[in-house]
Design a protein around this ligand. Structure first.
Ligand code: C5P
Length: 229
């Protein structure tokens, strides 16, 4: 744990954006550089989905899935090198494996307002001390409407699909560009058209289009916006 928090940066930072826009990668690096904790809301919704499937509940039954969510404990903490760790029911979450089944079900689970209310409460608990970077779809609009800095990272569907493909091929997944493209398109559509806190940039968010930017450039642009003195 770092012993000195930098005070000249925004203390609460929301990074929203569509699937595979790079927000989790950038958010984690930013948090590490600032000495903040990083929380990826996508991982929270994925964990709820995984648990609901494990308990074999009807994923269309909002109340029951919300109950499942209520029973999960999330805790975010920082380790010695400044990286953040998320624990789900005490168990460390490692790098997300590509799971097409979860990818298609998570937007259904995340569309239930009852589930979102439970997850939001848990996000508020993790964010209560500040010094946090949180990535998701509704962080700047609903979860942390008072965040000191709000960023919305965008990129075209083709660019996001090809970036995601390279990452998966590097990790030996057998998947095609077309399959990824269509999954991202479908997920974005569900996430942005749902009734309950749909994905959209907050009115006061800074929109970064990362089509022509590498991760390092996005990171440095956000850091620049986060500077307070
Ligand atoms: O960020 P990631 O792609 O891992 O998110 C997985 C899913 O979790 C999204 O497609 C969306 O359905 C849900 N999600 C959400 N609200 C957030 C973050 C993620 O609904 N703030």
């Amino acid at each position: 744990m770092r012993n000195k928090k930098p005070s000249n940066y925004a203390k609460t930072i929301a990074i929203d954006g569509p699937a595979a826009s790079g927000k989790s990668t950038v958010g984690a690096k930013l948090a590490q550089e600032l000495g903040y904790v990083f929380v990826d809301a996508g991982t929270l919704y994925r964990s709820v989905t995984r648990q609901a499937l494990e308990e074999q509940v009807d994923i269309h039954d909002a109340q029951t899935v919300a109950e499942v969510a209520r029973g999960i404990s999330f805790s975010a903490s920082m380790v010695a090198d400044g990286t953040s760790q998320l624990r789900v029911n005490g168990k460390l979450v490692r790098d997300r494996p590509y799971d097409p089944q979860i990818n298609m079900i998570v937007p259904v689970v995340a569309a239930h307002p009852e589930v979102r209310a439970v997850v939001r409460e848990k996000q508020h608990l993790m964010a209560r001390l500040g010094f946090i970077v949180c990535a998701g779809r509704d962080i700047g609009t609903v979860v942390m409407p008072d965040a000191e800095l709000k960023i919305f990272i965008d990129a075209s569907l083709d660019i996001r699909a090809s970036r995601r493909l390279s990452g998966l091929l590097r990790n030996n997944f057998e998947v095609t560009l077309e399959a990824i493209r269509s999954e991202l398109e479908q997920r974005d559509h569900m996430d942005s058209t749902r009734q309950a806190s749909p994905m959209r940039p907050a009115d006061d968010a800074i929109i970064l289009n990362s089509d022509d930017m590498k991760i390092a450039a996005v990171l440095s642009a956000i850091k620049q916006h986060a500077k307070r003195e």
